[in-house]
Write a protein that binds this ligand. Structure first.
Ligand SMILES: Cc1ncc(COP(=O)(O)O)c(C=O)c1O
Length: 494
């Protein structure tokens, strides 16, 4: 019996609606002529070579570059992860230089630091007031850093974030380029912005704001298969030969033609059908935000709310395609709301955090899916009215901890590379404050480390992890799957 095949078939037949990745929403068959096995070849005659493209793949990559407005684009079949690592390594030509990096980077950015043997100075985006997630990188922080003593090989930003928060990439690029520093943008969650952004509804993509390298996961927000992504490069600050070499190291030597065909089909499909796809998508989103305005307990965290919360201090935009459903005054934790939507309404959300859930949308969503989500939220809201004010103490405490902890400033004692080379000992998490971590700890998703190897564990971290686990959030990275011990650097053990 093939359990995996059976489970996937079962899901395919069910009425569970996907408000999660991949962006094709399991509807590719309606639009693409598709039998994966018929297309699953290797580099046979006439089909070019991803690691040395001269024919059909070169042409398709050039078409992609034209569609996204880049000088050169590279298909990625190992997700944005491999593009992020290759970009960081390509920029790091001088071993004395550091990377100036948003501390809200995905785990692949930390892997990039490790493989390229680069130290980071971190930029800490501020928390958005009233919600528990991070906002944009402040361009003034970038200015301050580049005018300081350190020399930087690049600036690495995550924009949009998992929650759809877009930084002022243009302003940051102006500052960086004034010092000949390249800007790398992890736009894994914004491939659609690269194609459709800047239309007055969706924020502009990073490429047209001047970023030197932009990496996008096509699979997250566009109709393409899981693992498909693309890397764009422009300007003179990145050595293209280094970039090509690192891409070749980090990508499989047997790139899947199924995935590469999915990349090219996705881009052609979006280009050819852009007008109606976008019109319908925007209409669905606009309708959603209007009809959920009057929720009494749940609170939709709209792009304009996010904007207001920063009071114009820094420019911050949000992707309306990421629907952020705040638990507001409902009394539910994010995970409880996520479970209700899944179990009672068969609506599968992308993720749950402490006090919000994310419904990830794309041009491939349907009117029916949106209608089901709106009706479910209205119904849950009415039921939650009776529970107002009944939040458990632990929940409030966890949120308080979250404000202090997640992505809080931790002292960097060793670079990730140095920390990995040191002997470690297991320490009870409850007693780990003050120790230097020898491993990553993530809350997953989104995969931003709350602590990295080489960082000193803050005093609030143990309680935070305990609360997060108690709320059903997934803690990853620890060698101890029971989450009782964290391996800490022996030399620093107290
Ligand atoms: C911000 C960010 N960057 C990069 C990645 C890695 O993307 P991929 O899964 O395409 O490798 C992710 C994955 O979730 C992400 O959230």
């Amino acid at each position: 019996m093939d359990k995996l095949k059976d489970a996937l078939k079962e899901l395919g037949k069910s009425d569970y609606y996907p408000f999660h990745m991949p962006g094709h929403k399991r509807r590719a068959g309606e639009y693409f002529d598709y039998d994966p096995c018929l297309e699953d070849i290797t580099e046979i005659d006439g089909f070019d070579n991803l690691h040395h493209p001269e024919g059909i793949l070169k042409e398709e990559q050039e078409f992609a570059a034209g569609a996204f407005g880049s000088e050169e684009s590279f298909f990625l079949i190992n997700g944005s992860s491999c593009g992020v690592m290759a970009a960081i390594a390509a920029a790091a030509a001088d071993s004395d230089q550091k990377l100036l990096m948003g501390r809200n980077g995905h785990k692949s950015a930390y892997s990039g630091l490790y493989f390229a043997n680069v130290q980071a100075d971190y930029l800490y985006p501020e928390k958005i007031p009233d919600v528990s997630f991070l906002g944009a990188v402040n361009p003034d922080d970038v200015l301050k850093a580049v005018n300081g003593n350190a020399s930087y090989s690049g600036i690495f930003l995550t924009s949009p974030t998992y929650e759809g928060i877009v930084s002022d990439v243009q302003k940051i690029c102006e500052t960086a380029h004034g010092k000949n520093i390249p800007v790398i943008v992890d736009e894994a969650h914004g491939a659609h912005l690269g194609l459709f952004g800047g239309d007055g509804y969706f924020p502009k993509g990073a490429l047209c704001q001047g970023a030197d390298i932009v990496i996008q996961s096509l699979h997250k927000t566009l109709p393409a298969m899981t693992q498909t992504a693309i890397l764009h490069v422009q300007g003179k600050l990145i050595d293209r030969e280094r970039l090509r070499s690192y891409l070749s190291m980090f990508q499989s030597s047997s790139p899947s033609y199924v995935l590469m065909e999915s990349i090219s089909s996705c881009i052609h499909f979006c280009r050819e059908n852009e007008q109606w796809l976008l019109k319908d998508y925007k209409k669905r989103l606009q309708d959603f935000y209007i009809r959920t305005k009057e929720l009494a307990c749940l609170k939709i965290i709209t792009p304009s709310l996010i904007n207001q919360n920063f009071g114009g201090r820094i420019k911050i935009e949000a992707d309306p395609g990421k629907i952020l459903i705040g638990t507001g005054k409902s009394g539910f934790s994010g995970k409880e709301l996520y479970n209700i939507l899944r179990e009672k309404y068969h609506l599968q959300m992308e993720m749950a955090s402490m006090d919000y859930v994310i419904a990830m949308t794309s041009i491939m969503d349907t009117d029916e899916g949106f209608e089901r989500l709106i009706c479910a939220l209205l119904e849950i809201d009415v039921q939650a009215l009776g529970q107002q004010g009944s939040r458990r103490r632990g929940f409030e405490e966890a949120l308080e901890q979250d404000k202090k902890t997640s992505c809080g400033k931790a002292e960097t004692v060793y670079s990730i590379r140095e920390a990995f080379s040191k002997a470690t000992v297991p320490v009870d998490i409850s007693k780990s404050a003050g120790q230097v971590s020898g491993e990553f700890i993530y809350l997953y998703p989104p995969g931003i480390p709350v602590i990295t190897p080489g960082e000193r564990i803050g005093k609030e971290l143990p309680a935070y992890l305990e609360e997060a686990a108690g709320m059903g959030l997934s803690i990853q990275g620890l060698r101890d799957y029971e989450h009782k011990k964290v391996f800490c650097i022996q030399d620093e053990a107290k």
